[in-house]
Design a binder for this molecule. Structure first.
Ligand code: ZN
Length: 149
């Protein structure tokens, strides 16, 4: 895996940990929600799958992708954060994350909901990379909309 400039800047924090050890890398066959997105600007590509149980909650997730550290870490964190959530709760979480990426500090409760995603505030120092952090979420949203057609 190619190192990029951000590897140096972020040191050994959570973002790098997710980038080096992406969570939930297995493709889920027959997933209820499948989403694929790309950002040609920096070569980011994300593939997400959600399995959803009878209660309407995410029972399993898959995340695969290539691209910059921010994008890959964000996708990996997303794949953890949405587990056990309903589609509505995922929408709420996305709003929370969008707010975070607009520089709005989360409350304590919101930070707990965000989990590792809260570490993405480091990206605010690199405005050009915010899109990279948001790509997995935008992709998932599209995939959810598609699955409901
Ligand atoms: Zn990127």
């Amino acid at each position: 895996m190619a190192r990029d400039d951000l590897d140096e800047l972020f040191g050994d924090d959570l973002i790098l940990d997710h980038r080096r050890h992406p969570r939930n890398p297995e493709v889920i066959d027959g997933a209820a929600v499948k989403a694929d997105g790309a950002n040609p600007f920096c070569g980011d590509e994300v593939h997400l799958q959600l399995a959803i149980d009878e209660q309407g909650r995410v029972s399993d997730t898959g995340f695969q992708g290539v691209g910059c550290a921010i994008n890959q870490a964000s996708g990996s964190m997303l794949s953890e954060a949405v587990k056990g959530k309903t589609i509505e709760e995922i929408h709420d979480l996305r709003k929370l994350f969008d707010g975070l990426m607009q520089g709005r500090p989360p409350s304590e409760e919101e930070a707990a909901d965000l989990g590792d995603l809260a570490a993405m505030t480091a990206v605010l120092a690199f405005p050009i990379r915010i899109k990279c952090a948001l790509l997995p979420w935008a992709t998932l949203e599209d995939g959810i909309a598609e699955s409901r057609k």
